[in-house]
Design a protein around this ligand. Structure first.
Ligand SMILES: CC(C)(COP(=O)(O)OP(=O)(O)OC[C@H]1O[C@@H](n2cnc3c(N)ncnc32)[C@H](O)[C@@H]1O)[C@@H](O)C(=O)NCCC(=O)NCCS
Ligand SMILES: Nc1ncnc2c1ncn2[C@@H]1O[C@H](COP(=O)(O)OP(=O)(O)OP(=O)(O)O)[C@@H](O)[C@H]1O
Length: 199
């Protein structure tokens, strides 16, 4: 039986940082953000739909989608974000489920679905257990501005597009407090995996 873990958090709370740690336990990770880039490549159905709705102004010279431009539009407008989600999410979900099922069929002991919007999109039925990577709001804001070079307004817009990470933590089977060092977060992960019998 494969234990399917749902890894989530809020923007810049440390999901990618924690997802890399699963490597040490030989547990594969399926990354929704990565898939969401694959499904909007030129030639894909979602690409055509995005260009139809948002116009050619969001394209780079090589015709790929300018994510910075599209991000500036959708994080400033909830309705437009909903439209983008309705184009991208079904394609992402389909690929994630297919990849998850391939691991389950091959008898892998555990697999992680790294999904930023696991709770917002009501996808917890896809996983057996949920892990939330938690940080305090000030730490989140600071790390987000530092990582992506956003102004405070841009960073807050992105944070406000998701359920506050504190609320997600209250819904989780396990919470990794990532306010401290990466090593401290690793130890917490190791302990949950031990409790669940998969390390
Ligand atoms: C708006 C886009 C073009 C911005 O691209 P960019 O490269 O700057 O950001 P990236 O995709 O790496 O996302 C960074 C983080 O932003 C947050 N985020 C992304 N999209 C959304 C969204 N629609 N709603 C809330 N938060 C989001 C997530 O925490 C994600 O980890 C892109 O995020 C996108 O296409 N979003 C819609 C699809 C989506 O929901 N992806 C996230 C999970 S599938
Ligand atoms: N424990 C930590 N100590 C210091 N810096 C950290 C820690 N964890 C993560 N970071 C840094 O914080 C930033 C955000 O982390 P990360 O990219 O893992 O977040 P994320 O949740 O995957 O973000 P997104 O939602 O945008 O995909 C990165 O620059 C990362 O290096």
């Amino acid at each position: 039986m494969t234990l399917v873990l749902g890894l989530t958090g809020s923007i810049a709370s440390g999901k990618s940082t924690v997802s890399l740690m699963f490597d040490d336990f030989n547990i594969p990770v399926i990354d929704a953000d990565k898939i969401s880039r694959e499904v909007v490549m030129p030639g894909e159905k979602a690409y055509e739909q995005i260009v139809d709705v948002f116009g050619e102004g969001i394209l780079r010279e090589d015709c790929s989608i300018d994510r910075k431009k599209l991000g500036a539009i959708v994080f400033d407008n909830e309705e437009k974000r909903g439209t983008l989600n309705s184009i991208v999410h079904p394609a992402v979900r389909k690929k994630m489920i297919a990849r998850r099922d391939a691991y389950v069929t091959s008898g892998t002991k555990s697999v992680v679905l790294d999904i930023p919007l696991l709770f917002e999109s009501k996808l917890t039925h896809l996983v057996d257990k949920t892990i939330v990577v938690y940080v305090d709001e000030e730490v989140q804001l600071e790390r987000l501005m530092e990582r992506d070079g956003y102004t405070e307004k841009e960073a807050r817009q992105r944070m406000n597009a998701q359920i506050p990470v504190k609320e997600k933590a209250a819904l989780a089977d396990a919470v990794i407090d990532n306010n401290g060092s990466k090593q401290e977060s690793f130890r917490q992960l190791e302990s949950f995996l031990h409790d669940w019998g998969i390390r």
